[in-house]
Ligand binder design. Structure first.
Ligand SMILES: Nc1ncnc2c1ncn2[C@@H]1O[C@H](COP(=O)(O)OP(=O)(O)OP(=O)(O)O)[C@@H](O)[C@H]1O
Length: 294
């Protein structure tokens, strides 16, 4: 059974349409959902956890059809988004007791460990917490339920680098139990590169690429070569900058076979960072869409 399955999901708003979104996540894996502002990340997540109803397509969360079986699914799913707020006048202890009273899986000793690790105190009142501390408190409340699936919309926004580091380490810890999974959205490709097993890039309401992180890093290369005339027209070449005879290619699908078909001696090849791969994927997808439209 998959932790997450979305199949050809569509949701239209007045000025934006999420179109044909399919993605899946196996138990024990972390997926990073990455996209520019307004790409549709939060909309995808809200559809997934039943806060929005799709116009078309199928969604299953831990095997439960959404939104029909959302009560059963939500008991096992922890969700945190950056627009959630704690009760301003209540303490963290009150929040922890409240969540513990609803969810039987609440792990009090893990909650105490997380309090220490995140530098929080049970007696603190929510409205006195900084925005980064509020974010950590919300994550604590979700993590200590020990849900089978964590769905996190921008979990590290507003956090300093040390807090982000601690939080990501905590995510990795959660996954020691290989039945648990995490889906999180982020703009921060460094965070995503560090902890994700799978990546989904989304732009303008469409999934533009979804794959294992290692496959992305393996496939993409910057290639430098000298070429006098035109380059062979190969589908793997998604970008080319030329400076006289020197060409720098961006390649999606680098392999011995590609080099053989290119038929030109390479001067240098470099791996690309996830950020470079993300930008190249989005730019290429936009160029392809614009070419089809005109
Ligand atoms: N309830 C709604 N009604 C109308 N339009 C909406 C609604 N919710 C989202 N949108 C629009 O859908 C688009 C995608 O929004 P979404 O919040 O999913 O993007 P995002 O990728 O999470 O962006 P960001 O990184 O900026 O948070 C935006 O143009 C937004 O204005």
């Amino acid at each position: 059974m998959k932790a997450i399955e979305m199949n050809r999901v569509r949701k239209a708003f007045r000025f934006f349409t999420l179109e044909d979104v399919s993605l899946d996540l196996a138990p024990g894996q972390i997926m990073g959902l990455v996209g520019p502002n307004g790409a549709g990340k939060s909309t995808t997540i809200r559809l997934l956890i039943g806060l929005l109803a799709a116009d078309a397509g199928e969604i299953r969360l831990l095997g439960h059809a959404m939104p029909r079986e959302q009560a059963a699914a939500k008991a096992q799913v922890g969700f945190v988004s950056d627009d959630m707020r704690l009760m301003p006048h209540a303490t963290l202890a009150w929040h922890m007791d409240f969540v513990a009273s609803i969810y039987p899986g609440w792990d009090a000793s893990y909650a105490a460990t997380l309090l220490k690790r995140f530098g929080l105190h049970a007696g603190q009142t929510a409205r006195r917490l900084s925005s980064g501390e509020q974010a950590k408190a919300l994550l604590l409340l979700a993590l200590a339920r020990r849900p089978r699936l964590l769905v996190l919309d921008e979990p590290t926004s507003g956090m300093d680098p040390v807090a982000r580091h601690e939080l990501l380490a905590e995510f990795m810890d959660v996954l020691r139990d290989d039945e648990r999974s995490i889906l999180f959205s982020s703009h921060n490709t460094l965070d995503v590169e560090r902890i994700s097993d799978r990546l989904t890039f989304i732009d303008r309401g469409r999934v533009v690429a979804s794959d294992d992180k290692e496959d992305f890093l393996e496939r993409w290369r910057r290639v430098q070569l000298r070429v006098a005339g035109a380059l062979p027209d190969l589908p793997e070449i998604v970008g080319c900058e030329r400076d006289g005879a020197l060409a720098t290619l961006t390649v999606d699908g680098f392999s011995d076979d590609f080099v053989a078909r290119l038929g030109l001696p390479l001067q240098a090849t470099q791996r690309m960072s996830l950020e470079e791969i993300f930008v190249a994927t989005v730019m290429h997808s936009r160029q392809t869409q614009e070419a089809h439209a005109s």
